[in-house]
Design a protein around this ligand. Structure first.
Ligand code: COS
Length: 390
């Protein structure tokens, strides 16, 4: 594949090295197995262990907390490569790096960082993020899980839905209400808690049977009278929803990088196939109908990546990036659906068959328009920013 489909651009030496490391890893350890893992609905734990050895589970965590201390663009470059090999592995890695570790880094006390963040950065403790509930998806602030104050801490009750790494994580950052029935405070009644998954009262539902990303672990989790000492509250009481949305700004960039990786692989397969497949006496790459599809796919992918990296640079510069993250995630989600759908179209009848990789990529792509905020919610966030008067 030529330069135009890749993320080479004007990268620093470190960015190029990390990108190559991730690419080599993905080509050797992920891509050859992705179809089988999809069928088996599971990827082996060694994959995560090997990624941890590379430091890829502490990419955005400063070195003082045992992470690699990389900037967001470098992280996204690596995540795109991992997603190009296997989208399921990418979401496991992306959630850990973007959500629970970032919440601990930004809002944890030094003692919490020492105890939880450092082992997460070293990859000894896998993280998850639990916000959504069966009745609270897009309207996340309507969540009902309750954390009631006790003499020396909190007791949690409630159900969380669609938790990535829910059955494999060692620690979950969970959002729960700390306001009381009758004194509801909306988004300001929600707090964030550090929940080790080996606590009594942490229960895991069966792995979800999903359309795509079938090898990643997604479960419901339940808190049943789960007791936590006071030092498991993260940051200030009543600020948990804001912390979660802040973290999701970063998570959405990760999901955008995942989209770029999946789209790039679909495009590569489509180019290879178009050069080989003969119809009406010619390889189909000779036909303008196919050429224009490929050209549009490459253009859309490059535009998505550019927007994503712009949003990441702004985030690292400390700008307000909620709307940028939403624009990047919206564009990437819609882009990856179009690119993977066109890849299936170029493969024709073969594209619809499980024997060829593009139908899996199309299935993997779909959730990117749904999770970490649907395309519609991203538009709400962008429009609110455009129309706000402050
Ligand atoms: N960063 C920091 N703070 C933010 C923020 C952000 N990106 N977005 C909103 N906030 C703050 C607001 O300023 C507000 O704070 P105050 O109480 O001080 O006013 C608070 O958070 C509540 O925000 P808002 O009033 O906008 O909340 P809404 O209930 O209207 O919800 C949306 C806003 C719809 C944007 C939010 O619920 C959302 O993103 N939903 C999708 C959830 C999602 O992505 N789920 C996927 C989970 S992972 S599978």
């Amino acid at each position: 594949m030529t330069e135009i489909a890749g993320a080479a651009g004007l990268l620093t030496d470190t960015q190029r090295q990390i990108q190559e490391l991730a690419r080599d890893f993905a080509r050797e350890n992920l891509a050859p197995h992705a179809a089988r893992w999809d069928a088996e609905k599971h990827f082996p734990p060694e994959v995560i262990r090997k990624l941890c050895e590379l430091g890829f589970f502490g990419m955005l965590i400063p070195e003082e907390y045992d992470g690699l201390g990389l900037d967001t663009v470098t992280y996204l470059l690596a995540l795109e490569e991992i997603a190009a090999g296997d989208g399921s592995t990418a979401i496991s890695m992306g959630v850990h790096n973007s959500l629970p570790t970032q919440m601990l880094l930004r809002h944890g006390t030094e003692a919490q960082k020492e105890r939880w963040l450092k082992p997460m950065a070293r990859g000894e403790l896998l993280g998850a993020f639990a916000l959504s509930e069966p009745e609270a998806g897009s309207d996340a602030a309507s969540l009902r899980a309750q954390a009631a104050r006790t003499a020396d801490g909190w007791v949690l009750n409630g159900a969380k839905a669609w938790v990535t790494n829910g059955g494999t994580a060692g620690l979950v950052i969970a959002m729960a209400r700390t306001d009381r029935e009758g004194e509801r405070r909306g988004a300001r009644g929600i707090s964030a808690f550090i929940v080790p998954t080996d606590m009594p009262g942490y229960l895991v539902g069966k792995p979800e049977d999903k359309m795509g990303l079938r090898a990643s672990n997604t479960t419901s989790v339940y808190f049943q009278d789960l007791s936590l000492s006071a030092d498991h509250l993260l940051g200030e009481e009543g600020s948990g929803f804001i912390y979660a949305l802040q973290a999701l700004d970063g998570g959405r960039l990760g999901v955008g990088a995942q989209a770029c990786g999946i789209a790039r692989t679909a495009l590569e397969h489509a180019v290879t196939y178009a050069r080989q497949r003969r119809q009406f006496g010619e390889v189909i790459a000779e036909y303008q109908a196919i050429q224009f599809k490929l050209a549009d796919m490459a253009t859309e992918l490059a535009a998505s990546r550019a927007l994503l990296h712009e949003a990441a640079r702004r985030r690292d510069a400390g700008d307000k990036t909620a709307a940028w993250a939403s624009m990047a995630k919206l564009h990437a989600g819609e882009m990856v659906m179009r690119v993977t759908t066109e890849a299936v179209q170029i493969f024709g009848g073969y594209g619809y068959m499980r024997d060829y990789p593009v139908e899996r990529l199309m299935r993997d792509a779909k959730v990117i328009t749904i999770y970490e905020g649907t395309s519609e919610i991203q538009r709400v966030i962008i429009a609110r920013e455009l129309l706000s008067t402050t």
